[in-house]
Design a protein around this ligand. Structure first.
Ligand SMILES: Nc1ncnc2c1ncn2[C@@H]1O[C@H](COP(=O)(O)OP(=O)(O)OP(=O)(O)O)[C@@H](O)[C@H]1O
Length: 256
């Protein structure tokens, strides 16, 4: 579990995060949504320890980030997996080498064991048989799956995903969402996902916080989001054609 208490962060006198309090639950896909510029990335960077908050607490499984010494922070980094907008694979490494990379860096596993673990995870993300391909030889969706496999190969306790679906077609995006959810449930990971993608919100928004101007103006989940009359949320959500249609269907009693 990851808890955030009264988090503030600003730059050059301008306050960007204005007192955020939130809980990201273990074994769930927890989403952060909000318009461009609302502070999602700054929030994520604070959680990752890339920005030092001006005030407030970030608590990983009961341990305060700001009270951890350097060694503990390094250990914590090994307990984190990350999946970014661009898959950020190593172009000169095969799929298999990409996935094994964190094991080579952070564990003492022998090659045979690394291979077994990598093959196991490649199977989970449906990439069996692509081990020897180079990133340039596979599709964008497959690259994203390799990146996800690499992000979770170390069995992280926490998984951070920043716009994991950007650049993917809706069908491939749904496959990635479902895989993120599957590994989150199976390995009981605390997963935090920043997303603009309303389909993702609908698919895997098990908990959702909505940020506006650096504050949480709504929290709930993918069921409750259709029922809120919070104007900031409805403006954002119903800018999506799909969600407008779902709302109309709900009003007409076709969908629940
Ligand atoms: N390093 C920085 N120095 C100064 N200002 C920053 C810095 N990083 C972000 N900001 C400002 O913080 C505000 C929030 O930015 P942030 O990137 O968190 O928004 P976002 O919600 O992630 O937007 P998007 O969805 O477009 O990525 C913006 O006004 C931005 O200019």
């Amino acid at each position: 579990m990851l808890e955030i208490k009264e988090l503030h962060k600003g730059f050059s006198g301008e306050e960007i995060l204005k007192g955020i309090t939130a809980t990201f639950e273990q074994g769930k896909t927890n989403m952060i949504i909000g318009a461009s510029g609302s502070g999602k990335s700054v929030f994520l960077k604070c959680m990752l320890g890339l920005f030092t908050p001006d005030q407030g607490e970030i608590i990983y499984d009961g341990e305060r980030l700001n009270e951890m010494d350097e060694d503990r922070q390094k250990e914590l980094r090994m307990e984190m997996g990350m999946l970014f907008q661009h898959s950020a694979l190593f172009d000169s490494m095969t799929v298999e080498e990409n996935v094994m990379f964190p094991l080579r860096m952070f564990t003492k596993m022998r090659k045979k064991e690394r291979l077994e673990v990598a093959n196991d995870i490649l199977e989970k993300v449906d990439l069996t048989g692509l081990n020897q391909k180079m990133p340039s030889e596979i599709s964008g969706g497959q690259q994203k799956r390799v990146a996800l496999a690499r992000a979770v190969v170390n069995r992280p306790k926490f998984l951070f995903c920043d716009e994991p679906n950007s650049g993917l077609d809706p069908k491939t995006a749904t496959i990635i969402d479902n895989l993120i959810q599957k590994v989150t449930h199976e390995s009981n990971i605390t997963t935090v996902i920043i997303s603009h993608d309303m389909n993702s919100v609908l698919e895997i928004g098990e908990t959702i916080i909505f940020l506006k101007d650096g504050k949480i103006v709504w929290n709930g989940n993918n069921k409750k989001i259709f029922k809120t009359d919070n104007e900031a949320v409805t403006d954002f959500v119903y800018s999506s054609e799909l969600f407008r249609k779902v709302r109309i269907a709900q009003n007409e009693g076709i969908a629940t």
